[in-house]
Design a protein around this ligand. Sequence first.
Ligand SMILES: [Zn+2]
Length: 386
Amino acid sequence: MPEWIKLTARDIFDGRRFLGEDKVLVMRPDGAVEAIIDRSEAGEEVRRLDGWLSPGLINTHCHLELSHMKGRIPEKTGLPDFLTTVMTQRQPDSPEQIAEAIAAAETAMLEAGIVAVGDICNTVNTIPQKQKSNLYYHSFVECMGFVDASAPARFAQMQEVYQAFRQLDAAGVHTTTLSPHAPYSVSATLFRLLSDLREEDPITIHNQECFAENMLYESRAGAFLGFYKNFGMDISGFRATGQTSLPSYLPYFQSPGNMLLVHNTFTSEEDIRFAAGSAKNIFWCLCPNANIYIEDTLPYIALFREQGGVMTIGTDSLASNHQLSVWEEAKTLHEHHADVPLEEIMQWATLNGARALGIENTFGSFEKGKKPGVTVIDKDSKKVSI
Ligand SMILES: [Zn+2]
């Protein structure tokens, strides 16, 4: 007989719903879930925790490599100004400062009960930390380049970064794919090169994070034109499609597999309907605290729920957030959308996130045989050491 681990609390959320009082989560010593049973059947040695229990939280959108930029970028300036500041401030830190910030941010995520992260990578800076296998990571190696002529060179450059991350996959707690950055930063040729990979593992894109992105595609106008000019970029090859950004780029991707669309702050009902017909299995990732930080606005969540959109939660980076906590994002969503049950938001934060990253066989819910980790939530979320 193994030494069972028995945990109870005010309530248990199992990845789908709250089960109510007087339940006990029973696990094997290695953290594998055995069952959730009634307190009256649980016998002795039940450990009681303050708050309620949840499977480990899943952060489906992060930029760990930007952790050294915490507190540096002014809030509520809008995306083009935000990006300009990120791009012009990116260099000055020493490799040691960058590595320290990455380690501290990872520790904060672990302590806040996060067990798996979808992490955007433009550099190899997070590899040493990820080698320690403290968390599960899916590294989305990001390609960008809006000048069409430079697409093959950009693609080749990021292939090298991608190959470096692939070395981590052997440990079993890491996977990696190449992904486009955003519609306003990826040219038609670069979209084609990426979609030709016919990747079936999860990919991602920053989607409709600002109004200007839709304007660019609809009418080749808006704030991004000034942004390109500022950086001396020749965008003469770009043609408006007369549609918003989402239907302009999504048809490039014709292989099956998961695709996380991140932010979706300016996504319309029509866009959501269009995405439902995509070859990709679409997940809508919300990063509300970053949306408030950058654009001071939030996505219109009712639209996604009405159409059965599958939602997940991300923290974005410390360049655009005060902390990397999925629970803080869930709280913000709950505060702004009292009509959405917490149970539903918690499903976005756990099981949906695990599905999006393709790791639902291990993470996301308290089901027999899974090792999802345990998080206790009271005012804050905390990892439970078992
Ligand atoms: Zn992001």
